[in-house]
Design a protein around this ligand. Structure first.
Ligand SMILES: NC(=O)c1ccc[n+]([C@@H]2O[C@H](COP(=O)([O-])OP(=O)(O)OC[C@H]3O[C@@H](n4cnc5c(N)ncnc54)[C@H](OP(=O)(O)O)[C@@H]3O)[C@@H](O)[C@H]2O)c1
Length: 336
């Protein structure tokens, strides 16, 4: 094989807040040759998850922190271009932890999954038929369990997880109210994703807007953000409400998690608040994808993506999750 160049973004300094130019470096190295049991994958799309930012802190999580000098870890999708691993043939499309780089070596392990089918819609795999769609599915159907006529509130409603979670609640027959930043996003949440209403949290008082849009209280809250929005929704819970703790993007940059004063409503409303990690449901992902695929085929579910171009855009795309630059799944296209 002619020598391939692998451009990679490595961590140079641990960021505080948004990732700054001096925190990372774009370097070039020869793409590695696969050894026995390995395959070389050319990255097509890198997916941005809020978790990527948490891995840059020197704190243990469900995966270890990225070390200084290492390629920034991220989930992505790509095509096998050389293989010495029986599990993968040249031309296979796989999802794996590509990281912020153009080529990655993979093995036959739990991090790398071949995507079946002759014509793979890689954008759809990254936005709905992958961990993001599974997160929305397991959180909403397993913990939220919306019933017909109930009121469901979803934060980061224009984002990858929130947009799918809200549509699942609509399919269950609930009335769905989104919370998103800015009038354009709120329009997309209602017109494209079919929510019944959307609150612009950057404009005005969220608690007052919740009172207006949820007159009988909130039966299910799918929380992607934590912080003051979580507190406002807890203040509006209906009896026996279910609060799905999916993520706390409002505090990943600071690492500080202000406690919600209105948590006492969990007691007075005999409500449930439960966190979850979609990866714990790994063995049931096929069940989630089958349901999501059926809904998409029935015209009940749509997905959107925001795609930035080129390896140089990875850091901007990551920061964009925190500044609200995305509608649907935030991705960077690395190669054709
Ligand atoms: N539990 C799990 O297994 C699991 C798995 C995957 C992801 N998650 C969590 O799910 C959440 C959504 O992740 P995603 O990948 O789908 O991202 P996303 O929703 O596509 O993007 C993040 C969005 O969060 C909003 N946001 C950022 N800072 C905010 C703030 N301070 N207050 C309110 N909204 C803010 C922005 O939208 P606006 O413009 O509307 O502010 C932004 O577009 C994250 O918290 C993530 O950690 C959990």
């Amino acid at each position: 094989m002619t020598e391939l160049t692998n451009r990679q973004i490595v961590l140079r300094r641990r960021p505080t807040g948004l990732v700054e130019p001096a925190d990372t470096e774009l370097i070039s190295a020869p793409a590695p040759e696969p050894a026995d049991g390995e395959a070389l994958v050319r990255t097509t799309y890198v997916g941005l998850d809020a978790a990527v930012r948490t891995w840059l802190n020197d704190q243990p999580g469900y995966l270890p922190p990225v070390q200084l000098g290492e390629v920034i870890r991220a989930a992505g999708i790509g095509e096998v271009v050389a293989s010495r691993c029986p599990a993968y043939a040249v031309g296979d499309v796989v999802t794996t932890l590509t990281g912020f780089q153009e080529y990655v070596l993979v093995r036959d392990d739990m991090f790398t999954t071949p995507v079946p089918g002759p014509a793979v819609d890689q954008l759809a795999v990254m936005s709905v038929y992958g961990p993001t769609g599974a997160t929305a599915y397991f959180g909403m159907t397993g913990i939220g369990r919306p019933q017909p006529g109930e009121t469901v509130v979803v934060s980061a409603a224009a984002g990858a997880t929130g947009s799918i979670a809200g549509q699942i609640a609509k399919i269950a027959g609930a009335r769905v109210v989104g919370i998103a930043g800015g009038p354009q996003k709120c329009r997309v949440v209602m017109e494209d994703f079919g929510f019944d209403a959307c609150i612009d949290y950057r404009e005005g008082d969220v608690a007052a807007a919740l009172k207006q849009h949820c007159p009988r209280g909130v039966n299910v809250y799918f929380d992607n953000v934590g912080g003051p929005i979580l507190d406002a929704v807890l203040g509006r819970l209906a009896p026996k409400a279910r609060v799905v703790l999916c993520g706390v993007i409002s505090s990943y940059l600071t690492g500080e998690h202000p406690g919600p004063a209105n948590y006492v409503n969990l007691l007075s409303k005999t409500a449930l608040m439960q966190g979850f990690n979609a990866l714990d449901e790994w063995g049931r992902f096929d069940e989630a994808f089958a349901a999501l695929r059926q809904w998409e085929q029935d015209g009940l579910l749509v997905h959107r993506e925001t795609v930035m171009e080129g390896i140089e855009s990875c850091v901007d795309a990551l920061n964009g999750l925190f500044t609200g630059a995305n509608i649907g799944k935030m991705l960077v296209k690395i190669s054709e």
